[in-house]
Ligand binder design. Structure first.
Ligand code: FE2
Length: 198
């Protein structure tokens, strides 16, 4: 289940954290981004995490095909990233700077967690995604992505043309001002500020 954070547009409060599925969907729809929950329970236990990619793609074949029709996508695959994936740091470094793509970024999360930062006109919203979350970020949207602490993500991706997924960096540096703080199951709440000294 996703967690959406919308920063405040005024200095009077810290913004909002949205955990309700319908509210996340409605809020993101207003930003032009599709968010859905897809049912992973059609797979055997742990299969979303561990089953061969072909089995996962076959299990969701109908939904994957429907998504292709929706967005004009021609192919779908499974990306599988673990903490020991060779070149992981370099891979993450490609996508944790603000960029756009010339085609949509569509992800259905099978396992692991990550955060999409979405740069809007007046603010940067962030969506922490986890198993069962489907996010469709339209082409041209300024965004960046990083993994949560487990450094694990497995997701179905759709492409119009795989060359369109090359990141086009904006070079604004806005990404440097946002912490990749995940709100997942291990999250203990916001940092408590204290005047006590150690
Ligand atoms: Fe991207």
């Amino acid at each position: 289940m996703a967690v959406l954070r919308i920063p405040s547009r005024t200095a009077s409060n810290e913004g909002s954290v949205v955990r309700d599925e319908q509210e996340i969907r409605a809020t993101l729809a207003g930003l032009g981004i599709d968010y859905e929950r897809w049912d992973l329970s059609i797979l055997p236990e742990n299969a979303a995490d561990l089953a061969p990619a072909d089995e996962v793609l076959a299990a969701f074949a109908t939904a994957i095909e429907e998504m292709k029709q929706r967005g004009g996508y021609t192919t779908a695959d499974v990306i599988d990233v673990r903490p020991d994936t060779p070149g992981l740091d370099a891979m993450l470094a490609r996508f944790d700077k603000e960029h756009t793509h010339s085609e949509d970024e569509v992800r259905f999360i099978l396992a692991g967690r990550g955060i999409f930062f979405l740069a809007m006109d007046e603010c940067v919203a962030s969506v922490e995604v986890g198993p069962g979350d489907m996010l469709r970020v339209p082409r041209g949207t300024r965004h960046w992505f990083t993994l949560c602490d487990e450094r694990r993500i497995r997701a179905v991706r759709w492409f119009q043309d795989t060359t369109g997924w090359t990141p086009h960096y904006t070079g604004t540096g806005v990404d440097a001002h946002y912490q990749p703080l995940c709100f997942g199951p291990a999250y203990l709440g916001p940092r408590v500020h204290s005047t006590l000294r150690a």
